[in-house]
Ligand binder design. Structure first.
Ligand SMILES: Cc1cc2nc3c(=O)[nH]c(=O)nc-3n(C[C@H](O)[C@H](O)[C@H](O)COP(=O)(O)OP(=O)(O)OC[C@H]3O[C@@H](n4cnc5c(N)ncnc54)[C@H](O)[C@@H]3O)c2cc1C
Length: 493
């Protein structure tokens, strides 16, 4: 069993020369190391943090922001082994086929390949995330047999399903660091360095490949890695930061651009169910074959195409008290379509939205530096009017379908973009800063996740997603990482 190595004990000036170096020990770094276990290549994984949260290490993530309010950059991710899975919610759903398409109503859309390329890797990704059986939208008839679905008239919104990473101690989804630490220690061809921060990338003489990576610890120790091949797996924000700070892969000024997350406007609407209660699986994850699963409401692909909207997932949240006036209005509206609303109940509605790719939603370097001397980032955040309006289209369709079925109605709670923006929360899903495209003028990495123009540097994680879908990223980014592992296994040693 190879114990983890504390980088603070590595002699200063050491030069390490593995076949493969992975920088970052979050979901991606861990999945990649596990996938390459027992392969003939020697692997070194360099993780900034230790086994637990440490405030000084976490502070390396701090940065600033402008524009639409986002989360503090040192509070929307975690910097120790396991990365942000130490704090994730475990919500999971595969991308849909339409997410990979070049759509004429979505600027900059289109992956270099379709879902069929990712599909072979999804089952293993599902298992690493401990998501249980692969059920998702197959759940509809089985859950409907347990409790009735919210009946919708024919139209563009349907009940879609999320699954959840296995809950531990009743509250925690899989934390990759603690869950896989022993497995990592058993990998004979892996050496894992903790407290090891990648601080600079250096290219070779003719700038055709990566030559070395500088490593520093907060205790002041410095050494160098000269890998044959390297993978940046530090999360979308930090991968972009290191590339920008090192001026690597940015010949077309694309690194850090197209950043996205899923905006989550809280209490975005009120949904009234004329019959009163709604099945519990709309509010909390229900159990199906020991798999945790929750119903949401989402636009169909046909609706996305015909109304030019993007992905969204609408959740039904907590009950809302209706005053006498609101109740009377609901009863009257229901009577007009021949429905009885005397037992009606109202519920707050939440959602997660897909944003349109935007090159100007981006990270830039600032003159401020962190404790290791790396420039801090500033986020310039934007949400477009069409992002706001598109979601309203989907909500109006949901309202129309509820009325058509005689089961309920919807009231949108924010009429103006400004009101809506003030209710925005975010999913902590970092996407798009090193986007994938076959054309170097439109993407930082190629279809194999290799940085354009460099022979041996790869980027992994949701930073390479060209479009984002409304699905949570981790299951999908792990599948993409497993595909990358397939390429790396074939590299010359
Ligand atoms: C509060 C919260 C809730 C979330 N909920 C969900 C959810 O419900 N569903 C979902 O799919 N996703 C969710 N996510 C997102 C999910 O956690 C990420 O998609 C996933 O962790 C990304 O994996 P990663 O390996 O790319 O990055 P990370 O997990 O962030 O790992 C990056 C690793 O790199 C290390 N690192 C950083 N800089 C350096 C450096 N310079 N040198 C060496 N190492 C470095 C970090 O310490 C970290 O361990 C959530 C995230 C948060 C914060």
């Amino acid at each position: 069993m190879s114990a983890f190595i504390d980088a603070r004990t590595v002699p200063a000036g050491t030069v390490l020369e593995p076949d493969l170096a992975i920088f970052g020990g979050g979901a991606v770094g861990i999945a990649l190391a596990l996938a390459l276990a027992h392969s003939p290549i020697s692997i070194m994984l360099f993780e900034s943090g230790g086994m637990d949260f440490d405030a000084a290490t976490q502070a390396l993530y701090a940065g600033s922001q402008a524009g639409v309010k986002y989360l503090p950059l040192d509070a929307c991710r975690m910097r120790y082994l396991g990365g942000s899975t130490n704090h994730w919610g475990g919500w999971s759903r595969p991308l849909d086929p339409i997410d990979f398409e070049k759509r004429d109503w979505v600027a900059h859309s289109g992956w270099p390949f379709g879902i069929e390329t990712l599909r072979p890797y999804l089952p293993r990704a599902q298992s690493l995330c401990e998501l249980g059986d692969w059920i998702y939208d197959e759940a509809t008839p089985r859950m409907a047999a347990l409790a009735p679905l919210l009946r919708l008239g024919e139209g563009g919104v349907y009940t879609s399903w999320f699954q959840f990473s296995k809950t531990r101690d009743d509250v925690l989804p899989t934390h990759f660091g603690t869950r896989y630490a022993d497995d990592l220690k058993r990998i004979p061809n892996l050496r894992l360095y903790l407290h090891a921060n990648a601080t600079a990338l250096k290219l070779n003489g003719n700038a055709s490949g990566l030559e070395s990576v500088a490593i520093a610890t907060l205790s002041g120790r410095k050494f160098t890695v000269k890998p044959r091949t390297a993978v940046l797996a530090m999360g979308a924000i930090e991968n972009a930061r290191l590339m920008l700070a090192s001026n690597v892969g940015n010949q077309n000024d694309l690194v850090g651009r197209y950043f996205a997350d899923h905006p989550i406007p809280r209490d975005t609407a009120t949904l009234v169910s004329f019959a009163g209660d709604i099945a519990g699986y709309y509010f909390n994850a229900g159990l199906l074959s020991a798999t945790q699963i929750r119903a949401t409401l989402a636009p169909t692909d046909a609706f996305k195409r015909s109304r030019k909207v993007l992905g969204s997932l609408t959740t039904i949240e907590t009950p809302v008290e209706m005053d006498d006036l609101a109740r009377a209005a609901v009863v009257t509206a229901a009577e007009a379509i021949g429905a009885d609303a005397s037992n009606a109940k109202a519920f707050s509605v939440g959602c997660g939205l897909e944003l349109e790719p935007d090159p100007e939603r981006r990270f830039v370097l600032t003159h401020e530096r962190d404790a290791l001397g790396l420039p801090r980032l500033k986020l310039i955040n934007r949400v477009s009017d069409s992002d706001f309006l598109r979601y309203r289209e989907t909500m109006k369709e949901l309202g129309r379908q509820l009325l058509a079925a005689g089961t309920g109605m919807i009231r949108l709670n924010y009429d103006t973009r400004a009101e809506w923006e003030s209710a925005l929360d975010w999913g902590d899903h970092h996407l798009g800063t090193t986007r994938m495209h076959v054309d170097p003028k439109q993407g930082v990495v190629d279809a194999d996740s290799k940085v354009h123009g460099l022979s041996n540097l790869f980027v992994a994680g949701s930073g390479v997603f060209p479009t984002y879908s409304a699905s949570n990223p981790t299951l999908n980014l792990i599948a993409l990482t497993l595909r990358l592992a397939g390429h790396l296994r074939k590299l010359p040693r």
